[in-house]
Design a protein around this ligand. Sequence first.
Ligand SMILES: NC(=O)c1ccc[n+]([C@@H]2O[C@H](COP(=O)([O-])OP(=O)(O)OC[C@H]3O[C@@H](n4cnc5c(N)ncnc54)[C@H](O)[C@@H]3O)[C@@H](O)[C@H]2O)c1
Ligand SMILES: O=C(O)C1=N[C@H](C(=O)O)CCC1
Length: 250
Amino acid sequence: MSKLRVAVLGAKGRIGSEAVRAVEAAQDMELVAALGRGDRLEALTEAGAQVVVELTTPDSVMENLDFCVGHGIHAVVGTTGWTEDRLAQLNGWLAASPETGVLIAPNFSIGAVLTMKFAQIAAPYFESVEVVELHHPNKVDAPSGTATRTAQLIAEARSKAGCAPQPDATTTALDGARGANVDGVPVHAVRLRGLLAHQEVLLGGEGETLTVRHDSLHHSSFMPGILLGARRVTTTPGLTFGLEHFLDLG
Ligand SMILES: NC(=O)c1ccc[n+]([C@@H]2O[C@H](COP(=O)([O-])OP(=O)(O)OC[C@H]3O[C@@H](n4cnc5c(N)ncnc54)[C@H](O)[C@@H]3O)[C@@H](O)[C@H]2O)c1
Ligand SMILES: O=C(O)C1=N[C@H](C(=O)O)CCC1
């Protein structure tokens, strides 16, 4: 059987360099291009890439996806910075290339995907829910894509269940002291040398709390999800948001 022809964008970055090694080690894949900032995107078509793994920066990802989708190259995207406007633009490109698939995964690690699921299930049963994400200090965006998605899923679950707004008597606060407000859910971002990617969802009710915590201790935690995404995206046209849909957890 022929191998899946995979390219990595952001190949010299922290997660991109790990993805290059993972694709090279996968028996059913061939790494056909490994591009960094400033490299020509035409190298993707010249190499015959079928799938691009996009692990760059929020300021680069849209131009890269415009090229990939326009050339019928499927994409597995870990880069953060997704807004409603960006998703609408991407959906427009996909509408013009209906056989192409794009997976955007706020987090490729199975533990993080399960954290989001558990938080979604638990959120309607508690009065209070807050998200704390903790990352290495080289991360350029805050809050993390994972924390933003987690808060959105929590808010959706609470709204569907008809939950009241969270109790919070704060009337005076320093800017930022109560975190960012993502759809009514406070999200706090810690940047600390020594950390990689961690998240806690804190839930509180009368006389009890529940904490769901996940820790990515190495970039290897993201690799099985990236490889699964690359295999599945070729037969899943259109936009898939979240790896849970490829794990039958959606
Ligand atoms: N979804 C996940 O599971 C997951 C996990 C880890 C990181 N991330 C995200 O992946 C992204 C990269 O993270 P990182 O820690 O590796 O950052 P990084 O800064 O180490 O790597 C990004 C790399 O992309 C390169 N780059 C920038 N623009 C480019 C372009 N146009 N073409 C090719 N390369 C380009 C940069 O030069 C750099 O080498 C971030 O958005 C991060 O949040 C997602
Ligand atoms: O290291 C990063 O940067 C990470 N980014 C993603 C996010 O913003 O959620 C996933 C975790 C690691």
